[in-house]
Design a protein around this ligand. Structure first.
Ligand code: AHR
Length: 508
């Protein structure tokens, strides 16, 4: 039995729409053979796959980080502009593939408009210079009468793209990164780049690279040093985190389910580092966190030793199980539970490469298991995140320690009165949960929904694309005075939605 108390006045922070962002890298079959495949039956007149556009649109994304990833640190954006037939094919050293440069910034901009999102643009801080980054800003955002702005116009985009969100490089702390560097060097380079980008367009929002994971030997010192250099000139500190379970080991399922405990600690450390530097600098300015890569990633799958130097080789195409989707759900809920400091989060990635969407040849694109919890979050988590107080049994997980059997998060939209309660049952038995909504007015149940599957190892395939799906979450029993009970199936993710009927407001 679990009791989940939600008090109307216990607010964490606003759920920014940018929490529902994603990531497309020029990697594997994300771009070539993913969003873009002119040979496919589903291709539109630009070569973009309509079936992919349809599934991406329904995810209701805010930003899409582009063009990398590790790819970014060797990429020259100037190779991807102008007449396609004149663009050079280059080796991408990050993923041992061939980059034809058929898709560049303006083509991607066309695609992103189709899916209703905005670009979060990465600038190359590996082989690239601050000057390259400034020129990209000028090409994208300056209205006219300069070399780069006029070139964009000549390439068919008369209006500035107004790219608002920019990333100053990618994972520059990692030895795998092209031209990685230490925190001192990166901090200085990021600062000079930030100054130039902002001088060109004062409206931009800038993200610096924090640690690429908590297992890095330089973590979290890297973040402190980088922030000390850049604090006054940037807006977000980036954090990346993936969780894996490469060999499905039945005896360790509850350990994997505890991944959110570690994610929570990782975010708290990021926030503490921001607060430390803010205090050190006696600054009034608040920097927020951008968790711009997060997901489950079974690192074993898809190595760079296969299909080297071809366009669109298979790279890390994870098949996500039902268990992965439950772990993914509690990671997403952890973002909601830190809505006061996490303002951007990018599900990494979007199509084929560790992705919620898979495509292959003339098969219609399919939703992987992780698609559903993200969809539920992006549609149902609106307004404010509210603190949940959950009393339930706990267990000890390896290596993350104390873990509640039931994990919860809640949101409340003051405009519509919609309340969404997100619940994960980590236990392998039915759990009866009592939801207590305190200080709310007339409450109506809107729906109870959940991830539906048979076996933890189930996956969706092109032959059986809806083996795992989204469906009815079971009966909600009202018990008076804001109390409701629901039964959570073993290892499950459920969303229970209510409406607070306040006279006048809901009639608007
Ligand atoms: O998302 C796949 C890779 O993971 C990205 O290219 C890199 O930033 C991270 O290590």
């Amino acid at each position: 039995m679990a009791e989940v108390k939600i008090i109307k006045s216990c607010k964490i922070g606003k759920i920014e729409r940018t929490l529902f962002s994603s990531f497309i890298e020029h990697m594997g079959r994300a771009v070539y053979g993913g969003i873009y495949d002119p040979a496919s039956n589903y291709a539109d007149s630009n070569g973009f796959r309509n079936d992919v556009i349809e599934l991406v649109k329904d995810l209701n994304l805010s930003l899409i980080r582009y063009p990398g990833g590790n790819f970014l640190s060797g990429y020259d954006w100037k190779d991807g502009i102008g007449a396609v037939e004149n663009r050079p094919a280059k080796l991408d050293l990050a993923w041992a593939q061939l980059e034809p440069n058929t898709i560049g910034v303006l083509e991607f901009n066309k695609w992103i408009k189709e899916v209703g999102a905005q670009i979060m643009m990465g600038v190359n801080m590996g082989t690239g210079t601050p000057k390259d980054a400034a020129e990209l800003t000028e090409y994208c955002n300056h209205p006219s009468e300069t070399y780069w702005a006029e070139l964009r116009k000549a390439h068919g985009e008369s209006a500035p793209l107004k790219v608002e969100y920019w990333c100053l490089g990618n994972e520059m702390d990692g030895k795998w990164q092209i031209c990685s560097m230490n925190a001192e060097k990166y901090g200085k380079k990021a600062l000079e780049t930030a100054k130039m980008i902002r001088w060109i367009d004062p409206n931009v929002k800038l993200t610096v690279c924090g640690s690429s994971g908590s297992t890095m030997p330089t973590y979290p010192e890297w973040d402190r040093v980088v922030l000390e250099h850049t604090y006054d000139n940037i807006d977000y500190l980036s954090l990346h985190k993936y969780y894996e379970f490469p060999d499905f080991d039945k005896s360790r399922v509850s350990d994997f389910l505890a991944s959110f405990v570690d994610f929570d600690a990782f975010i708290r450390t990021g926030q503490a580092t921001v607060e430390y530097v803010k205090t050190l600098k006696r600054s009034d300015k608040q920097i927020y966190l951008s968790v711009d890569e997060w997901n489950v990633w079974h690192t074993k799958e898809g190595s760079c030793d296969e299909d080297r130097w071809v366009v669109g080789p298979k790279r890390i195409e994870n098949r996500y199980t039902a268990l992965d989707a439950v772990v993914f759900s509690s990671l997403m809920m952890t973002l909601f539970n830190h809505a006061d400091c996490v303002k951007i989060a990018c599900l990494a990635q979007l199509v084929n490469v560790i992705a919620p969407i898979l495509v292959e040849g003339d098969n219609h694109a399919i939703r992987q298991s992780i698609y559903y919890p993200f969809w539920a979050g992006s549609h149902y988590a609106n307004g404010l995140a509210l603190r949940t107080f959950c009393e339930c049994a706990h267990y000890k997980a390896e290596p993350y320690g104390d873990t509640p059997n039931v994990y919860s998060a809640a949101t409340y939209d003051e405009d519509s009165g919609d309340i969404s309660v997100f619940l994960v049952n980590n236990g392998n038995q039915d759990e009866s949960a009592q939801i207590r909504l305190i200080d709310f007015e007339d409450l109506q149940v809107i729906s109870s929904e959940r991830l539906v599957y048979d076996e933890l190892t189930d996956v969706n395939t092109f032959e059986n694309p809806e083996r795992i799906t989204w469906g009815n979450g079971g009966h909600i029993t009202p018990q008076g005075e804001g109390n409701f009970s629901v039964t959570l199936p073993p290892i499950s993710f459920c969303v229970v939605r209510f409406k607070e009927e306040i006279k006048g407001r809901n009639q608007k």
